[in-house]
Write a protein of this length. Sequence first.
Length: 211
Amino acid sequence: MPIRDNKFARRAKVLEKRGNTLNRDAQPTPEEQLARLEDDVRRLKIEFDIYFNGAAKRPPYDTKGRVDTLIKRLADDRTLTFAQRYHYNSLAARYNSFMQLWRRTMQDREEGRGKVAARHVPHATVSETEPSEFVCADAKKDISTVRSLYDKLVEAKRQCGEPTDDLSFPRFHRMVAEKSEALKERAGCERVQFSVTVRDGHVSFKAKADK
């Protein structure tokens, strides 16, 4: 009986070890979570810019929820190395800075002051431009049109003194493709018209059905 008990005990330990290994493999590493957090913070900034410029009907609460969850999870992770903790603190500080700007902008909208006030773009050098329009049927495949749209948006932002460091073309392309497909499905159209305009020193980026 003791020999049989030992056999079952050894088997139980093997299964337990295997299960722990699988759980570790399934859990994202801190580096993977930090990379995901950095990507989501960039994406969230772009999605909020689109919302405040009128190209989306609701704030990007889903993306914000993912960022909040990752921020809390990594804040409680005691396994982070010094370098990982420094990376996390930088991302958290950037996110908190964005949140303060978004709260002020939301408050301005609720109080009827419209879009981002001029104080948020103190270095603006262009007061107003004619809309630059781009029509796209398939944003995933029509890379040249999306690239032209991206270049125009970046140029306008730089002229107005707005940051462009977080506006990489791959992320912009992916975001435009997703928003384009959603708009086509919602509006029942085959093409989407994008426009980039500068008004009151602020860049306006909009999308609408092209019928």
